[in-house]
Write a protein of this length. Structure first.
Length: 89
């Protein structure tokens, strides 16, 4: 689009080609603004999704750590119960 506008400005240079150049520059600026806005919106949505995934991952890791610690404590208590108590005479 930009190249065709520049080409039209050069082709029509003898008769008010500056008008085509200014219109082309304005349209190019508008297109760049729209693309930038859409990109920024998608980046914000991706960031929100990543934040929720991070929170879920942290919660899962905490649950896994807590479960591992509970299993370890249960194993230790079973070992203590299975040892014979030495009696003093």
């Amino acid at each position: 689009m930009l190249i065709s506008g520049v080409g039209m400005a050069i082709f029509k240079a003898e008769s008010a080609g500056d008008r085509y150049a200014s219109v082309t520059a304005s349209v190019a600026g508008l297109v760049m603004t729209v693309i930038g806005t859409r990109f920024h919106r998608r980046a914000d949505l991706a960031l929100k999704h990543m934040e929720s995934q991070t929170q879920s991952l942290r919660q899962d890791m905490k649950i896994e750590r807590d479960a591992g610690q509970a299993i370890k404590l249960l194993e230790e208590s079973r070992i203590r119960r299975s040892r014979p108590i030495s009696r003093r005479r």
